[in-house]
Design a protein around this ligand. Structure first.
Ligand SMILES: Nc1ncnc2c1ncn2[C@@H]1O[C@H](COP(=O)(O)OP(=O)(O)O)[C@@H](O)[C@H]1O
Ligand SMILES: [Mg+2]
Length: 218
């Protein structure tokens, strides 16, 4: 599903964010991406949704080389990917329900049909009571759960999560892990960046380690 072949990223200022990274992630596979701050974890995820192109090497998604992807194809690529950003990227003036609804890949003419898709997810994430509240009024942990609902609502083939449990207490973190693992069982490839080494201990899965842009045990 995700294939990196000898990928390097050099940012202006000669910063080598990734060096010679090769990685394969299959459908239905869950992979932790570990490593200290600045190791290149977010850069790795950003390549997958074509936020920018690698300096060298090839990135393939579902067999397609995205290195030469025309700009107009990028929205189609991103529609297959659920992304939980480190800084959420929510619409603060909109309520919880609308933040999730605006991410739906299908435009439901009737609000009741959108509800059928969204309400069960909000319930699982403990957000149902907050569905009409503007996002700007929520706590950090609540915003994080909205970001997760938004990423999962289309049942994406690929889920990228950048520290999705960072602001959560252990009960909420476990609820999120369960949702991510359920998506994996349904066949999604899941990449989760985390600092929290308790997570791989509690929920064992394949783990790769980034150290100054180099990937170990890939
Ligand atoms: N847009 C950018 N321009 C220049 N340097 C960047 C940019 N984005 C990230 N970097 C640098 O690349 C390295 C890896 O960053 P990042 O992937 O965000 O690390 P992590 O997510 O593991 O903390 C860091 O040294 C960071 O400063
Ligand atoms: Mg990061």
């Amino acid at each position: 599903m995700i294939n990196f072949e000898r990928v390097g990223v050099i940012f202006p200022g000669n910063c080598h964010a990734l060096r010679d990274v090769s990685l394969n992630v299959a459908r239905g596979e869950f992979v932790y991406v570990l490593g200290r701050s600045g190791a290149g974890k977010s850069t790795l995820l950003r390549l997958i949704y074509a936020d920018f192109m690698p300096t060298c090497g090839v990135v393939r998604i579902a067999g397609n080389d995205i290195t030469f992807l025309p700009r107009c194809r990028i929205p189609y690529l991103r529609r297959q990917i659920g992304i939980i950003f480190q800084d959420y990227k929510l619409l603060n003036e909109k309520n919880v329900f609308d933040n999730v609804r605006m991410a739906l890949d299908i435009y439901f003419f009737r609000k009741s049909m959108a509800r059928e898709r969204i309400w069960p997810l909000l319930k699982q994430l403990g957000l149902f009571e907050l569905r009409d509240v503007e996002v700007k009024r929520l706590s950090g942990g609540e915003k994080q759960r909205v970001a997760i609902a938004r990423a999962l609502v289309n049942d994406p083939q690929i889920i990228l999560a950048d520290e999705p449990t960072g602001n959560l207490d252990s009960a909420n973190a476990a609820a999120i892990m369960e949702l991510l693992l359920r998506a994996q069982v349904k066949g999604a490839a899941v990449l989760m960046v985390t600092h929290d080494l308790n997570m791989p201990e509690k929920f064992p899965a394949r783990a790769v380690h980034l150290d100054a842009g180099r990937l170990e045990n890939a």
